[in-house]
Design a protein around this ligand. Structure first.
Ligand SMILES: [Ca+2]
Ligand SMILES: [Ca+2]
Length: 250
């Protein structure tokens, strides 16, 4: 009888602990474990993309692990399918680009075990992007992976409405809405804007191929785009509170 009580007590304790752990994990990891609707994003603070040493993995206070960073001031590796770089007329900022109606792919392999990936970068919108305008646009920009788009929107530097920070079609906001910088890069043909984009997406595979693309643009001398300070992090399974339920089940 005593043994039965011990078994029953142990069972009850384990069940209670497991329920608490599961509730904790659901509450804290729900955002990372659910697909973001198209167009949803987390706007990062300007300082959140602070550059770690290029090519080195570091742990942030949130226990996320940096798996990739490039500010394009140095070499660009084969992880990018297009390695063209350019320098801004003002500020001498080297970036990946300029691109037109291109699909640019970042391929990362051998990622550590994870459940979510966060990608952030500066998106340079250069020259005369027309936003939602149907005569000279729409000028569309997309971010996706695995056939799913996390952002499908338009940008405008010329006064027409743009879809960002909403999605296209549907979004309609004044030019530059959500921009971190306006006319800071020195492009004289209708100027430029910079958007700091940050997305967390559910992802578990050890390979990741992010696709960034534009369509509907006129010539590169007229409308183009580029990337800078690309940062990719994964959540850390080892540091996750959900490790608790695994321990309890052992
Ligand atoms: Ca740069
Ligand atoms: Ca256009």
């Amino acid at each position: 009888m005593r043994m039965w009580r011990q078994v029953l007590l142990r069972y009850l304790c384990l069940s209670a602990a497991l329920l608490i752990a599961l509730a904790f994990c659901y509450t804290n990891l729900g955002a990372a474990g659910q697909a973001l609707p198209t167009g949803d994003r987390i706007q990062a603070s300007p300082g959140s993309a602070t550059a770690p040493p290029q090519g080195k993995a570091v742990n942030s206070p949130s226990q996320d692990r940096t798996v990739y960073f490039n500010n394009f001031e140095g070499t660009v590796g084969s992880e990018w399918n297009i390695t063209t770089t350019d320098v801004t007329p003002v500020g001498n900022r080297r970036f990946l680009g300029q691109f037109g109606n291109d699909t640019v792919t970042l391929s990362l392999n051998n990622l550590p075990a994870h459940r979510a990936v966060t990608v952030s970068f500066d998106l340079f919108i250069l020259k005369s992007w027309d936003g939602n305008n149907n005569d000279t646009g729409p000028d569309i920009w997309r971010l996706g992976a695995g056939g799913q788009f996390f952002l499908n929107t338009t940008f405008s530097n010329v006064g027409y409405d743009q879809a960002y920070p909403g999605g296209y079609p549907g979004g309609s906001f004044p030019s530059y809405t959500g921009a971190q910088e306006i006319d800071t890069l020195g492009y004289t043909y209708y100027g430029d804007s910079v958007y700091l984009l940050r997305f967390t997406i559910p992802h578990t595979a050890n390979n990741l191929a992010l696709q960034l693309s534009a369509s509907g643009l006129q010539e590169i001398k007229d409308e183009s785009w580029g990337l800078d300070n690309v940062l990719v992090t994964v959540d850390s399974l080892a540091a996750s509170p959900c490790g608790l339920d695994l321990l309890l089940l052992q």
